[in-house]
Write a protein that binds this ligand. Structure first.
Ligand SMILES: Nc1ncnc2c1ncn2[C@@H]1O[C@H](COP(=O)(O)OP(=O)(O)OP(=O)(O)O)[C@@H](O)[C@H]1O
Length: 710
């Protein structure tokens, strides 16, 4: 037996051999040889009885294939939907039958099923064998043939089982046409067919599993455009069960999906946008080639929203994690009751998906709070996208937020652009400085909040988005709504969960904690020791140890009635630390300090808002900056009488930085080659504050010549 008879997947093939009388005996003789690959069940029944037995076996344990012969075999073929392999008599079988018959009889007859083979007729005539030949095509005709032969005096009839039985019933010899060889050949054919059909059905099952899991609809048709394969997604598009659609002409089921042109031209057409059942779909039509011949066509139907989502996910994966929130609520430093209440409310906000509005002065930690809420929410693993509405010209802000489709406007990038709403899909969108949003965009924003879908610029179909909005402002939004600068309906939509961040001046008790937190944070960033106890390297001797730096700054800030800006406090600390780091060991620190002192003090906030008590603040800062700063506080922690040098610097600081003058702004911009971020950093203010300052300067005094970048 050859190796092709290895049953697939380790299970034996299941064969049924259906034959009565002599054929059954032949099956019984041959079947054991195939037991390693096939389990052969022999049934000694014919016609409808055999059909019902085989169907029951099929239900019970499965049947791969049936082997039978003659009219019984033909009957089974017609009534079963599993393959039936016929035992066929070859030339040798006929010869063998004739030889056997001629041993005892003078007159021999042969009754064939279907038609007498022409070769046999020819052979009979050529050799003058005188065998009487008859053929039958239906069971009831067989007896007529036997009787005719009897009338001719035939004593021995060769034929199928039915014929041999009839011959015997009329008292003459019946010789079965088949040999063991013919039966063996039929079983081997059956095993091979069953093996291939098992492989086929395993392949089909795999394909069905894959197609069943696909979100895209797939349908394959034959050359007549009749549906051969259809997956559940496609059946859903067509609104009918898959089994009802198989065999139907696709173009008749839905003319938009017709594959007639593809069958005719053999051309692939990709990404065709069409409407099917009121839904926009993206279609791809392809011909099917089997061994170089067109045998049908395939249609793939995609949901554009899914494509967009995939596109977004690919884009966001390609990007570095810029859309991630770095801060958690635990980084919102402060033990004052005011900040405690904010932290508590923020935790409550994190538990819901409702829109949050954060109100607080610039640099009070609004973004930190927004990030903290995101990171404490269920969306923490999803994007956190922040946008400063004040930082973009109106038209740019629109395309940033909503994105645009390919060719939406001159100069738009090819392939369109994903807006920040879409980029934040499933996550949080932080809209900072929402009060600065132009009115037309407020209308669009309101629509997004109501409909939960965005319409890219130039698009006709909206894209659903699942985004949690956190908006922030330093402005009195209610007042802006009253004065018509802000849509009141949007204000009410945003103002669902309100968080108010108090300025630092209203929670000065948090100052020491904040200063040492920021000191540590900056030290980490600068790569210097983060302990306030430690020295700041060799240079630390010039300007005092870490503890003194922190204490002096706390003093300065307190005395100065800090105007509420933590960012500026952070900037001041950084400047002091950088200065202390860079002061040469044993060098004249006082000279160094003199050069940066005005800038440092400006960073302390005094430049923006001179407040009462600033002389004391200046003294404290100057204390850090002068050579004798290490003794700025006496042993009991009380401030020392200021030295003449300290007083001198404090006065100079006050004079130089009395206000963030337009001149100071312009000089900073000039020094930074018009780079706004750098200028803001140099001035120790946020980019937003600088932007506002510039806006005010532009509006108020047209005589300033601003660099082109503005
Ligand atoms: N309570 C706090 N604890 C620790 N750090 C804080 C706190 N509040 C603010 N900061 C720090 O101050 C800086 C400014 O904070 P943030 O950017 O969140 O302020 P903002 O109110 O959003 O500012 P703006 O309105 O100018 O955009 C950040 O570096 C932040 O880490």
């Amino acid at each position: 037996m050859s190796s092709v008879f290895t049953a697939s997947q380790g299970t034996r093939l299941r064969l049924v051999a259906a034959g009565m009388h002599e054929l059954r005996l032949l099956f019984e003789e041959v079947a054991p040889q195939y037991s390693p690959v096939a389990e052969i069940t022999i049934i000694d029944k014919g016609y409808s009885q055999a059909v019902s037995d085989i169907q029951a076996m099929r239900q019970d344990q499965g049947v791969d294939i049936v082997v039978s012969a003659g009219t019984n075999g033909s009957f089974l073929r017609q009534h079963l939907d599993i393959p039936v392999v016929m035992v066929k008599a070859g030339g040798l079988d006929i010869m063998r039958g004739l030889a056997r018959a001629s041993r005892g009889s003078r007159r021999i007859g042969l009754v064939a099923y279907g038609a007498v083979p022409p070769e046999l007729r020819h052979f009979n005539d050529l050799f003058g064998l005188g065998v009487a030949l008859r053929a039958y095509s239906a069971e009831e005709e067989a007896e007529g043939c036997v009787r005719e032969l009897l009338a001719l005096g035939v004593e021995s009839i060769i034929g199928h089982g039915l014929v041999t039985d009839l011959a015997r019933s009329y008292g003459i010899e019946g010789i079965l046409l088949y040999s063991q060889g013919a039966v063996r050949e039929a079983i081997e054919d059956a095993v091979e067919v069953a093996r291939i059909s098992r492989l086929e059905s395993a392949r089909r099952e795999k394909l069905n599993t894959i197609l069943g899991r696909l979100k895209d609809g797939v349908v394959a048709v034959d050359l007549d455009e009749r549906i051969e394969i259809i997956n559940p997604a496609m059946a859903a598009v067509l609104g009918r069960p898959a089994d009802q659609l198989v065999g139907q002409r696709l173009g008749m089921v839905n003319s938009v999906l017709s594959l007639q042109d593809t069958l005719r031209t053999g051309q692939t057409e990709a990404e065709l946008v069409r409407q099917v059942g009121g839904k926009t779909v993206v279609l791809t039509r392809m011909p099917v080639l089997e061994q170089g011949r067109h045998t049908g066509a395939v249609l793939v139907c995609q949901d554009p929203v899914a494509i967009q989502r995939m596109d977004r996910s690919l884009r966001s994966r390609g990007k570095p994690r810029s859309n991630a929130a770095r801060y958690g609520l635990e980084q919102l430093v402060g033990r004052s009751p005011a900040i405690g209440r904010v932290r508590q409310r923020a935790l409550t906000c994190a538990r819901s998906d409702a829109t949050v509005l954060i109100i607080g002065e610039s640099g009070t930690g609004k973004e930190l709070l927004a990030q903290g809420i995101h990171n404490a929410s269920n969306r923490r693993a999803q994007p956190f996208v922040a946008v400063n509405c004040a930082a973009f010209p109106d038209s740019l802000l629109e395309s940033e937020l909503f994105g645009y489709v390919d060719g939406a406007f001159t100069g738009s990038s090819r392939g369109g652009k994903v807006g920040l709403f879409e980029a934040a899909h499933t996550g949080t969108l932080f809209l900072d400085e929402i009060g600065e949003m132009p009115l037309p965009l407020q209308t669009r924003l309101l629509r997004v909040l109501q409909e939960r879908e965005v319409l890219r610029i130039g698009a006709t179909q909206p894209t659903p988005v699942d985004v949690r909005i956190i908006a922030a402002t330093h402005q009195d939004l209610a007042e802006r709504a009253r004065s018509g600068h802000f849509r009141s309906d949007l204000y009410y939509r945003l103002n669902i969960l309100l968080l108010t961040l108090p300025p630092l001046r209203e929670r000065l008790s948090d100052l020491p904690l904040l200063v040492s937190h920021l000191h540590e944070k900056i030290a980490r960033r600068l790569g210097v020791s983060n302990s306030v106890e430690s020295t700041l390297g060799e240079a630390g001797h010039a300007a005092g140890g870490g503890r003194e730096v922190v204490q002096a700054i706390v003093e300065a800030a307190r005395g100065y009635a800090w105007p509420g800006n933590i960012r500026e406090l952070e900037n001041l600390i950084e400047r002091v630390m950088v200065f202390c780091e860079s002061a040469p060991a044993g060098g004249d620190a006082a000279i160094e300090l003199r050069s940066i002192a005005p800038e440092l003090f400006m960073a302390a906030g005094g430049a923006q808002r001179p407040v009462p008590g600033n002389r004391q603040a200046a003294l404290a800062v100057a204390g850090v900056l002068t050579k004798g700063a290490a003794t700025a506080l006496n042993e009991k922690g009380a401030p020392e009488e200021p030295s003449g040098e300290k007083v001198f610097y404090a006065d100079r600081l006050l004079k130089d930085t009395a206000a963030l003058t337009p001149q100071a702004v312009l000089e900073a911009l000039k020094a930074c080659d018009g780079n706004r971020a750098a200028a803001a950093a140099a001035l120790g203010i946020s980019r937003t504050t600088l932007w506002r300052r510039l806006k005010r300067m532009e509006a108020g005094a047209r005589n300033y010549r601003l660099p082109n970048t503005f």
